[in-house]
Every structure is written in structure tokens, then in C-alpha cells.
Write a protein that binds this ligand. Structure first.
Ligand SMILES: O=C[C@H](O)COP(=O)(O)O
Length: 257
């Protein structure tokens, strides 16, 4: 890529917020960030399914503000009780989606193969895909961070068309499982070393565009550590959970400098 990609500030609301609460939060973010979001940044909100449409309506017409889905099923339509298709997400105003979040890997037990299907299907359906990867505490203490990160990346990207994919379509989020929702943020050197592994693997996997694909950090990002994290090499944004659930903290993260 010739120009620097915009920094992505993403808020994953997980299974929080009723529709009314979600719209109130979205309205607060729009009011707080309409004039304050720095020009080189983009904001992405990932609400629960029931609030996608109304949150999208709140953000409609706002520059550099997007709505995404936390999950979907990789099929156009069909007898998949309880699931949702990318076309339905697009209909609700979604432009982005997650795949491989640690809670889906470890709680729902999604496999690397299924995650890979979602990444490829989501891209074909026109969604900007965010592939989440990251090691557990046990894997880290056994010195396996690098192998886990490389493996999840290679497997998760295995079905992506290497010739046609662009940095405008794909983002990676590195989220060490031990730092998610624990208040324990990775140290700068942990983030630097993991993101360097991700970058090198991306450059090997996608020789024509691996250097331009954004890499987000996620795991206990807060208003008081966001600026330092966003200033690190190979950190092109953050994926925020708990601190994205309040207007004040998420606004502070989105404007942190
Ligand atoms: O998707 C977001 C991550 O799971 C991080 O969550 P957290 O900021 O609550 O640690």
C-alpha cells in the first residue's frame, strides 16, 4: 500500500446492551465523536444482532463510522436454525464482521477450519473481515505464542484468494486470551513481538499486500493505556471489549493521543 491505512478503533459489545441501551450508547458516541474523531481514524461498532439495524441508522451518513457483526454463518441462506447470513447483516447496515474471536474459539468451540470458511465466505459476500487470533496463558507460558499465532493465521487465511484480497477487505486482531476481560494488558514488548510475528506471517502469506493489512491489538484496552498501545510499531488500531460499553471510555480511547 502506498499510503498509511487508517487506524481502526473497534468496539465489540459482545452480549451486552438491549436495543434501547445500544441506541443510546451509539447516539452518545456519535455526539462525542462527530467532530472529535481524528481524521486518520475509523470507528467500528459491533453490537449484538438485535441492535444492528437501529445502531446502523444512528450512524448513517457519518464519515468513518461503521457497524459490524460479531458473527455469522458461512452460507447464503438455508436451514441453519439460529444462524444469520452475511446478506442479512448487509441488509441491517453491516460492512464488517469478526471471525475467530477467542470466545467463539474457546467457549463455542469453533474450529480453525470453520473460522477459515467464515473469513473466505465473508470476503466473497463483501464484508470487511476481521480475523481474531491469540494464544492462551498456558500456550504463552510454554513458549508457544509464535507457533500459535502463525498457525491460527495460516489456517484462518487458508481459503482466502491470495491474488485478489486487499488491505481494504481484511484486518487481523491479535488478542492474547489471558488479557481479555482480565484487566491484564499485555506489556508493550509482548505486543511488539506478537505483532511482528503477525506482520511477518502476513507478508509471507500475501506477498503483494501483507505489509498493508491492519493489525489491531485487543485485551483490556482502556482510556489510560490506549495512546501508548496505539503508538507501538505494527499496531494499526485496537479491538475493545469492556471499555467500549460506555460513551466516556470509548470516546477517550477513540481520541487517545
Ligand atoms: O473483542 C474484544 C476483546 O475480547 C477484548 O475485550 P476486553 O477489552 O474486555 O478485554
Amino acid at each position: 500500500m502506498s499510503s498509511q491505512p487508517r487506524t481502526l478503533i473497534a468496539g465489540n459489545w459482545k452480549m451486552y446492551k438491549t436495543e434501547g441501551q445500544a441506541v443510546e450508547l451509539a447516539a452518545g458516541l456519535v455526539a462525542g465523536l462527530a467532530d472529535a474523531l481524528p481524521p486518520e481514524r475509523e470507528l467500528l461498532i459491533l453490537p449484538p444482532f438485535t441492535a444492528l439495524k437501529t445502531v446502523s441508522e444512528k450512524l448513517r451518513g457519518r464519515e468513518r463510522m461503521f457497524v459490524g457483526a460479531q458473527n455469522f454463518y458461512p452460507s447464503e441462506e438455508g436451514a441453519y436454525t439460529g444462524e444469520i447470513a452475511p446478506s442479512m447483516l448487509a441488509d441491517a447496515g453491516c460492512t464488517h464482521a469478526l471471525a475467530g474471536h477467542s470466545e467463539r474459539r474457546h467457549v463455542i468451540k469453533e474450529s480453525d477450519r470453520f473460522i477459515a470458511q467464515k473469513v473466505a465466505f465473508g470476503l466473497q459476500a463483501g464484508l470487511h473481515m476481521i480475523l481474531c487470533i491469540g494464544e492462551t496463558l498456558d500456550q504463552r507460558t510454554h513458549g508457544s505464542m509464535e507457533n500459535v499465532v502463525k498457525g491460527q493465521l495460516r489456517l484462518g487465511l487458508a481459503q482466502v484468494n491470495k491474488e485478489t484480497v486487499t488491505p481494504e477487505q481484511l484486518t487481523i486482531a491479535y488478542e492474547p486470551v489471558w488479557a481479555i476481560g482480565t484487566g491484564e494488558t499485555a506489556e508493550p514488548e509482548d505486543i511488539l513481538s506478537a505483532h511482528a510475528v503477525v506482520r511477518k506471517t502476513l507478508e509471507e502469506h500475501f506477498p503483494h499486500c501483507g505489509n498493508g493489512i491492519r493489525i489491531l491489538y485487543g485485551g483490556s484496552v482502556k482510556a489510560d493505556n490506549a495512546a501508548a498501545i496505539l503508538g507501538l510499531d505494527n499496531v494499526n488500531g485496537v479491538l475493545v471489549g469492556g471499555a467500549s460499553l460506555q460513551v466516556e471510555s470509548f470516546t477517550a480511547i477513540a481520541t487517545a493521543d
